[in-house]
Design a binder for this molecule. Structure first.
Ligand code: FAD
Length: 353
């Protein structure tokens, strides 16, 4: 049976919930469809020791400050899941969990949203499917020859799984630094951390709030037609959260350049030196999960859909939220997604009324 609504929001992580909050405020009829069987988006899949890089109050969705977590300045992933679960209930967003959207198609004045549990006919769609389901691993020679185990950030849960192993962590971003630190502090894992560029650590007294300030400064500069954004941080910098700081201060977190190829038993660097390795963990980022939008033929460069703000340039009834800065500065962070969500809800209200 086909169901009818004004707006289908695809994805019930933080971006989908922020969209729901603002659609509700605008008085639009909407449905949120989410592939995960439980609330929390990608936070429910992150590793055990992960902590946010900003305090709770600076990690909040629109309308309701995230409560502080007892005994923690930087809340853990479980606390974020609890917050998102309560947020869903607080605003009556009635997310349909366990519903994966397979395709969105044009059907005259409506968009048809086909999911594994049914079909929706909508006047507009907000896609907020994140990147967690599309881990990216670079093409490095020998990857298929390597006889050991290869994982991505999305597969990592705990250092205990690697006790007694020689592990290479690839990637100079926050995930790579945090996972390398987690393994190094365990004491039972022989860790090598490799990064494309020397890792850039933020000063210890600066946390994720500085990254948000950078994004805000960029947005303002764009709005005012300026190119100077200033700021103390760049978005690629590593926040020295307590475990990263502890590992760095104990000289356990020194990075080497990335190897040039994998061998059956390990890795080889460009200078010919080699290391035996049991496991490679690729902390090499993500791509936007957009395959459900393929029938709309909107793809541009780098697998992205060209947008004007959050609106798809080639389909004004479609907005994209989260994913990265190309859908709004800091829109892939908890505190940053509120503003683009509000803009998308306002734009759709203007379009549909
Ligand atoms: P997700 O949380 O991935 O949610 C997407 C939802 O869409 C999921 O529930 C999924 O099931 C669903 N979905 C996917 N495909 C479909 C489909 N076809 N049909 C239906 N549903 C679908 N941000 C901060 O603000 N502070 C931090 O400290 C911070 N730390 C981070 C640490 C790590 C390791 C990572 C990876 C990210 C971190 N971020 C942080 C960034 C950001 O907050 C997350 O990436 C965030 O989870 C993105 O939210 P989202 O709602 O866009 O996507």
């Amino acid at each position: 049976m086909t169901q009818h609504t004004d707006v289908v929001v695809i994805g019930g992580g933080q971006a989908g919930l922020a969209a729901g909050y603002h659609l509700r405020r605008q008085g639009l009829d909407f449905t949120v469809l989410d592939a995960d069987p439980a609330p929390g988006g990608s936070w429910q899949h992150m590793w055990d020791s992960l902590h946010l890089f900003s305090p709770a109050a600076y990690s909040s969705l629109p309308g309701w400050l995230m409560p502080a977590q007892a005994g923690e300045t930087y809340p853990d992933a479980g606390h974020v899941v609890d917050y998102l679960t309560d947020y869903e209930k607080r605003y009556g967003l009635s997310v349909q969990h366990g519903t994966r959207v397979e395709a969105v198609r044009r059907d005259g004045e409506r968009l048809l949203v086909d999911a594994d549990t049914g079909r929706w006919r909508a006047r507009a769609v907000i896609s907020a499917t994140g990147t967690w389901s599309r881990p990216f691993v670079p093409a490095i020679p020998g990857r298929s020859l390597f006889a050991g185990r290869q994982l991505h950030t999305v597969d990592y849960r705990s250092s205990a799984d690697f006790a007694g192993q020689r592990v290479i962590v690839v990637g100079g971003g926050n995930s790579g630094a945090q996972i390398a630190a987690d393994l190094a502090l365990d004491g039972r894992v022989e860790v090598t951390w490799v990064t494309q560029r020397p890792p850039q650590f933020l000063a210890d007294d600066i946390d994720g709030r500085a990254l948000f300030d950078v994004a805000t400064a960029r947005r303002r500069a764009l709005e005012e037609g300026r190119t100077d954004t200033g700021g103390v941080a760049s978005l690629g910098d590593i926040v020295a959260v307590p475990p990263v700081r502890a590992a760095r201060d104990a000289a356990l977190l020194t990075a080497k350049p990335v190897f040039s190829q994998l061998t059956p038993g390990g890795v080889r660097w460009a200078d010919g030196s080699e290391a035996d390795v049991d496991t490679v963990i690729w902390c090499t980022g993500f791509r936007p999960a957009l395959s459900h939008l393929a029938p709309l033929n909107l793809r541009g460069a780098h697998g992205r859909i060209p947008t004007d703000g959050t609106r798809a340039v080639g389909e004004p009834r479609l907005h994209l939220l989260g994913y990265g800065d190309w859908t709004g500065p800091a829109s892939a962070t908890l505190i940053g997604v509120g503003r683009p969500a509000r803009d998308a809800a306002r734009a759709l209200t203007a379009l549909l009324r």
